[in-house]
Design a protein around this ligand. Structure first.
Ligand SMILES: *[C@@H]1O[C@H](CO)[C@@H](O)[C@H](O)[C@H]1NC(C)=O
Ligand SMILES: *[C@@H]1O[C@H](CO)[C@@H](O)[C@H](O)[C@H]1NC(C)=O
Ligand SMILES: *[C@@H]1O[C@H](CO)[C@@H](O)[C@H](O)[C@H]1NC(C)=O
Length: 635
């Protein structure tokens, strides 16, 4: 049961859930920027083939015979710009190629493309160029199957392609000098045994530091926990141990980014009968990248406010934690501008999907001890994300500044740039000169639309009926900026733990013992909290019950009332949660707000992987007379 318990607590931390006092800080931060003009255009992709069948990518569809893509998203992912801002790197699955020895047979399978972002074409007339197609087999040995988050190095010479690095021998990637014969692709290897043997660790969510030599990543433990790491890329031309035994990049000087000291690492800890909510904690739940200067690590962290999932940043040397987003809705993928002055996040705030549970500000993150998985699982409906790109200055959300929706222009009609049925995916990116943002979107598809879902499936307006598209937002009033000087990161981060190959992975994140506690408001008042163990899974907390008495975390936001959430894990499926929720909370002062469930409570069945909302009863948040309701079942 020990491992299962760890698994469960880790799931909670992994999918979720800490930074700075926005309201009180806003006084010290520069005033927010005004909205700016933004033009949006869509980038061309290879033509769509009607099927995956051999030869389905006919000369009629692609006369130059350089590949076709599918209607469905498949393995598609768009990444960052080349240095000149004229191209974007994307991972596609090319389908319908003829059989070998037809020269067109190389345009097949998961490949890395540059697509034109300047309205021009490559010399052959195509608006794209395949960087990975036709690379001789001995120059691309034992590649890692993971090809996500394609990203051009700051130098512009190499591309991070999932867990591989593409190198064009120093040639400009877009130039005619960058040919398959000149190209090498190397897998990335994380040695994780002291003798270097075996296939190594399994990283995920890999992101490159702007110095082009360090990487950050997340990794599940064998028991399902998730921890995050930072290390240096070291080319190993002729490895003598470990698999693959092919030229590769080894991850060396690895750091574990989750501090072992409870006061540095735990979002909430118990001390003398009190629960202390620890905003200084470094709670790297899932790593999301780096600031533009590379001085901060960006991550999904433990919430600072109830049911409100945000991105945080921690300084690589000082360990100072800042909260980048605070809007009650859910935030996840993000990218910083190379000049370090802006970031763009994918966030559900335009849809206000999560407001019914997260809308009340400055409610402390107590029910989250059990409810964080549910809070982050309700953000999607099946494969549908509700993300739109939001442009925020380097200081983050503050006061009543919540950034600017990048794609707000448009008439919301089918296929418009702000059509709510087209939703943002990971990762967005800025151009090097800071004047453009690229992001990609996927169209809602069954089961998130069409019977029995009340939302009719829209007809795609993209070429070939494709259900994904790559967009560029031009920040037309901006002058070009220079990338910030890249921060010299030490190989060993002072607040992290060195994690040499063979180090034991920590068993689990911190856990709180069941019991009765008090919590003090940062300003005044307090709350009584009861944490109850799960009778079905010893060691796991099932219930959090909180009674607020004039609780104030943020000046002017006075909280009274009661909230209790119990979460059952529907074993054997550890991802399936049954949530029983009772809220009757009133907030007075700066706002008149309430968070209330229907008399018999709100009962939510939610699966953390399939994300289908099924509830009886209601949970409603009301702010100054505006009511926020839960989504309808199945939507
Ligand atoms: C999609 O196109 C089909 C065929 O023209 C049409 O019957 C259907 O109503 C369209 N769907 C929507 C949501 O407009
Ligand atoms: C918590 O308080 C309740 C009464 O409010 C009591 O029944 C229970 O035993 C207490 N639990 C612990 C662990 O002290
Ligand atoms: C809702 O109520 C129905 C009927 O009692 C029950 O079958 C179902 O399991 C309930 N669902 C949830 C999420 O509570």
């Amino acid at each position: 049961m020990g491992s299962l318990r760890n698994f469960l607590s880790a799931v909670a931390v992994a999918v979720a859930v800490s930074a700075q006092d926005v309201e009180t800080n806003s006084a010290r931060l520069p005033s927010p920027p005004k909205p700016e003009p933004i033009d949006i255009f869509e980038l061309p992709l290879p033509p769509v083939a009607p099927s995956r069948d051999e030869g389905a990518c006919t000369p009629a569809i692609n006369p130059r015979r350089t590949g076709c893509i599918g209607i469905e998203t498949l393995e598609f992912q768009a990444g960052s710009f080349t240095t000149d801002g004229n191209h974007v790197v994307v991972t596609v699955e090319l389908i319908g190629a003829p059989a070998a020895p037809d020269p067109a047979s190389i345009y097949k399978g998961e490949q890395l493309l540059l697509i034109k972002a300047d309205g021009k074409t490559f010399p052959n007339g195509d608006t794209w160029k395949c960087l990975s197609c036709g690379v001789p087999a001995d120059q691309a040995r034992s590649l890692d199957p993971e090809r996500d988050y394609p990203h051009v190095f700051r130098s512009g010479k190499n591309v991070l392609w999932g867990h591989n690095i593409l190198d064009c021998g120093g040639a400009d990637l877009a130039s005619t000098e960058c040919t398959p014969d000149r190209t090498h692709i190397y897998p990335i290897h994380w040695p994780n045994t002291a003798d270097g043997s075996g296939r190594g660790g399994i990283p995920r969510e890999m992101r490159l530091h702007p110095d082009d030599v360090h990487m950050g990543w997340s990794s599940f433990t064998s028991t399902g926990g998730q921890f995050c790491y930072f290390g240096r890329l070291q080319f190993n031309p002729n490895p003598s141990v470990g698999e693959p035994r092919a030229p590769r990049f080894d991850l060396v000087n690895v750091n574990l980014l989750n501090p072992s000291d409870e006061k540095r690492g735990a979002p909430i800890f118990a001390e003398d009968g009190e629960l202390r909510i620890n905003r200084d904690a470094i709670t790297v739940g899932e790593l999301r990248g780096f600031s533009g200067a590379g001085d901060e690590i960006l991550y999904l962290g433990s919430p600072w406010e109830a049911n409100n999932i945000d991105v945080l940043a921690v300084h690589v040397v000082t360990g100072a934690v800042r909260r980048l987003t605070s809007h009650p809705d859910y935030t996840d993928p993000l990218a910083y501008s190379p000049d370090n002055k802006w970031f763009v996040v994918m966030d559900t705030r335009v849809s206000e999907r999560q407001m019914f549970m997260s809308g009340m500000r400055w409610l402390p993150p107590l029910v989250d001890i059990v409810a964080v998985t549910a809070a982050s699982s309700t953000r999607n409906n099946h494969e549908r994300r509700f993300f739109q790109p939001i442009l925020i200055d380097q200081y983050g959300d503050r006061g009543d500044y919540f950034g600017q929706q990048v794609n707000a222009g448009g008439d919301s009609s089918n296929g418009a740039v702000n059509d709510p049925n087209w939703n943002g995916r990971a990762d967005p990116a800025f151009s090097h000169d800071g004047t453009k943002i690229t992001y990609w979107q996927a169209l809602v598809v069954p089961k998130a639309c069409g019977d029995p879902n009340p939302l009719p499936c829209p007809n795609s307006t993209a070429q070939g009926g494709r259900t994904y598209r790559v967009m560029v937002a031009h920040l037309t009033s901006r002058k070009k900026s220079k990338p910030a000087k890249v921060f010299k990161v030490p190989d060993f981060i002072p607040w992290a733990q060195p994690f040499p190959a063979g180090s034991p992975v920590p068993a689990s994140h911190y856990s709180l013992p069941p019991g009765n506690y008090t919590v003090r408001g940062r300003v005044s008042g307090g709350a009584d909290v009861t944490l109850l163990e799960d009778p079905a899974i010893p060691g796991r907390l099932r219930t959090v019950s909180v009674a607020y008495q004039g609780f104030v975390d943020e000046p002017g936001y006075v909280i009274n009332g009661h909230e209790e959430v119990s979460v059952d894990i529907l074993l054997p499926d550890v991802w399936n949660n049954m949530v029983h929720w009772y809220s009757d909370i009133v907030q007075t002062g700066a706002v008149q707000a309430s968070k209330k469930t229907s008399p018999d409570g709100f009962h939510l069945l939610i699966h953390a992987v399939t994300n289908v909302f099924q509830a009886n009863g209601t949970l409603t948040t009301t702010i100054d007379g505006v009511e926020y309701h839960q989504p309808a079942n199945g939507t």
